[in-house]
Design a protein around this ligand. Structure first.
Ligand code: ZN
Length: 223
């Protein structure tokens, strides 16, 4: 029986290149792969191998997750290990792995804010007060701070990113309720969480995506 040669024979691996954050990623779809996904670093890029049957959405999710894992193992965020791993997981799941903090750590309970982020140096701090709250509330705060590494202000683009986390509205309500009940001077949950920094120095992030005119004061004005 004669064999025909096709340009893309079934069983062939197809390769595409994409960018996750600042990482160049080569995605290889293999028909032989059923369930397993694997990834490794190869020079200045990350290679991710996925089953050919994955949908575009599955591809995005797994590529983000695997890139975060490969990059995370190479350069773990400083600070609390668990918190750093959790932040990497949340970034991969809800922010396409685009938020890559340099450090994530717990800090002593702050009276005027739940958390803070300095986009200029990629650091995130969470108030220990949050440790008394449910995990899904802590996760919201982490997603919120992680999103600031992509979008610094509190504009519509920022809330669009944070809205990917399904319990955002519930968590915001929870935090508002706690502030009110404890009479904490924390206005509008995380409105004052951005620390001053040189916002023009965000590495490879396009500076023109930063919302201008947002209140980035640190510390927030008294009263
Ligand atoms: Zn914020």
């Amino acid at each position: 029986m004669a064999r025909t040669t096709r340009t893309a024979p079934p069983g062939a691996v197809t390769t595409t290149s994409t960018l996750v954050g600042t990482t160049t990623v080569e995605v290889r779809r293999s028909p032989r792969r059923r369930r397993t996904v694997s990834a490794y670093r190869d020079a200045d890029r990350v290679v991710v191998l996925i089953p050919a049957r994955f949908s575009a959405g599955e591809e995005r999710e797994w590529v983000a997750r695997m890139v975060a894992r490969v990059e995370g193992s190479r350069r773990p965020p400083r600070g609390d290990d668990d918190l750093g791993r959790r932040a990497a997981r949340l970034s991969a799941r809800w922010l396409d792995g685009r938020a890559q903090p340099v450090s994530v750590r717990w800090v002593p309970a702050m009276r005027t804010r739940w958390a803070s982020c300095t986009p200029a140096d990629g650091t995130i701090r969470l108030s220990r007060r949050l440790q008394d709250f449910p995990e899904w509330v802590q996760d919201y705060v982490l997603v919120h701070e992680l999103a600031h590494l992509i979008e610094a202000g509190h504009g519509p683009r920022f809330w669009q990113l944070v809205g990917a986390y399904p319990r955002t509205e519930r968590a915001r309500g929870f935090l508002d309720g706690v502030s009110a009940a404890a009479q904490l001077p924390i206005a509008d949950d995380l409105a004052d969480d951005l620390a001053e920094g040189d916002l023009g120095d965000l590495g490879d992030d396009p500076v023109d995506e930063l919302a201008e005119g947002d209140d980035l004061a640190w510390p927030p004005a008294a009263g």
